[in-house]
Design a protein around this ligand. Structure first.
Ligand SMILES: Cc1ncc(COP(=O)(O)O)c(C=O)c1O
Length: 492
């Protein structure tokens, strides 16, 4: 063999380690399957919140060994320094922020997708993968009441999905750079912060952002929105889009979707709804009533990694007029000239900023096929009822008050101590629950009021979890009262 061939065969020998044979594959597959089985068997027994008292980065060197490490020690390392510290987001006791999911079938979908590595961004490369993803878009479109030929994309999460919607709106309304300082976007202080981020990234940061006043339920007051648009028009400004929320992260508020839809139509404005959290409650009777009017929008975001209990990594955007989405995102490149495009099929890569992307559709399609839609709907119905149950039970506990009656599955409440500062007490209370760690609760502030939240959306949250959360809150109150008593004695 010549020099070149010897060199190639040497490298090949080493490179081929990346392609283990079946028995080698099993050497790593089996311990990982065993590890994940143990994790799932004990998922609700692992503390939901673990604070750590060491520098975690010391356990992650940026230097990788040339040679391999045994899978058992790798898993041990992951368990100690990745899976244990922080929030156990897979637990049903995760009741903070907006909990994600992690259904098993979705993990199998990801596994399948990663192994086959289908190039589902482009119709030419994976006609079946694209058709599968497009069928999911059509299904979600039917849930929100969009036409069957609506556009959409399976993005990595709600933030990117909102960015795609804002970008489409910008292109559709032909916002010119010179007009940006006079262009007005209407939204609520309750809008998720990723909306402002999207506006900035989409080059619209110098637009005028009008935060419309909210009523006592934290909803946009539609009359004020209408009046503001009229005033802005009269002042020579350029009203452009309204962004409403179908379930805000803070308190779960739903803006008056129908009324805003009518206003947008009257003024010919782009109407975007962020339904990342609340959208899939459309699958329930209560949700359908509460979210009626959602179909009037031009674009919607809804997150399967929230409302359909998938692991993190899937947020969907729907655009009523697919052509607009295409105009905002299409591309052309000489090196892609061999792609033959089917006229009727739009590829994900033409409708989003991504070209190569994971085949995300499989993590949703497989669970829907394996389980059918029934358990998903039951799980959403259960979450709505659990929220009612929490409200009913926490009202019975002396000292607690409900801040806002929940619309969907976010409950807001606080403890009113007989003495002392209410905000400080509740801040200490949330900290006490974190130290406890049996469930994870988060907080927010509305106009200076410190509020505790209970966001019920994990598919693993059931009635016993809510009973436990109430117990943790009661124990937390005792602990804070005791600490305050000691403080008072110390100060005497
Ligand atoms: C209402 C709402 N919109 C958008 C987002 C952002 O979604 P993601 O975290 O998937 O990017 C969230 C996240 O919680 C949310 O609750």
């Amino acid at each position: 063999m010549g020099d070149l061939e010897t060199q190639i065969s040497l490298f090949e020998l080493s490179a081929r380690q990346l392609e283990p044979n079946e028995s080698k594959r099993k050497e790593t597959q089996n311990p990982i399957i065993e590890y994940t089985n143990q994790f799932l068997n004990n998922v609700n027994d692992i503390p939901v919140f673990n604070s750590i008292n060491y520098e975690i980065e010391n356990h992650f060197s940026s230097e990788f060994n040339e040679n391999s490490e045994p899978i058992d020690s790798i898993l041990k390392h992951l368990k100690e320094h990745v899976h244990y510290p922080g929030i156990n987001a897979a637990s049903g006791g995760h009741l903070g922020y907006i909990p994600g999911g992690g259904i098993f079938a979705a993990a199998l979908g990801d596994y399948l997708a990663a192994i086959t590595n289908d190039y589902a961004g482009v119709d030419f490369a994976s006609p079946g993968g694209v058709a599968l993803e497009n069928s999911l878009i059509e299904w979600m479109g039917s849930i929100v009441g969009y036409p069957t030929n609506c556009g959409g994309n399976l993005a990595s999460g709600g933030s990117i999905a909102n960015l795609i919607a804002v970008t489409t709106a910008r292109e559709s309304c032909k916002i010119k750079t010179i007009a940006i300082p006079k262009t007005v976007i209407y939204l609520s202080k309750q809008a998720h912060h990723c909306i402002e981020k999207a506006i900035r990234i989409a080059g619209l940061k110098d637009c005028i952002l009008r935060y419309i006043n909210l009523n006592e339920k934290c909803q946009i007051i539609s009359e004020e929105l209408d009046n503001q648009i009229e005033k802005d028009k009269a002042d020579g400004l350029l009203p452009f889009m309204v962004i409403a929320s179908a379930g805000t992260t803070d308190v779960g508020a739903i803006d008056p979707l129908s009324e805003i839809g009518i206003i947008c139509k009257k003024h010919n404005l782009w109407y975007h709804i962020d339904a990342a959290y609340g959208g899939f409650f459309l699958l329930t009777d209560v949700g359908r009533k509460k979210l009626s009017g959602i179909e009037l929008s031009d674009s919607i975001v809804l997150d399967p990694h929230k409302g359909l209990f998938l692991p993190y990594g899937l947020g969907a955007v729907l655009i009523k007029n697919k052509k607009k989405m295409h105009e905002a995102h299409y591309y052309n490149a000489s090196y892609l000239q061999d792609f033959s495009h089917s006229k009727d099929v739009q590829s994900p890569a033409e409708l989003s900023p991504e070209l190569s992307k994971p085949f995300r559709g499989l993590r949703l399609w497989l669970p829907l096929k394996l389980h059918g839609t029934k358990p998903f709907i039951a799980c959403l119905e259960e979450k709505l009822l659990l929220t009612k149950y929490f409200v009913q039970e926490i009202k019975k506990v002396d000292g607690f008050e409900i801040y806002l009656e929940p619309e969907l599955s976010v409950a807001t409440y606080r403890y009113l101590p007989k003495n002392g500062n209410v905000n400080s007490f509740n801040e200490a209370l949330v900290k006490a629950t974190h130290q406890d760690g049996r469930v994870f609760i988060s907080s927010t502030s509305i106009e200076g009021v410190f509020i505790l939240r209970l966001a019920i959306l994990s598919f693993r949250t059931h009635k016993d979890t809510i009973d436990l959360a109430i117990q943790v809150l009661k124990d937390g109150v005792k602990k804070v009262l005791l600490a305050n008593q000691h403080l008072a004695v110390d100060q005497c």
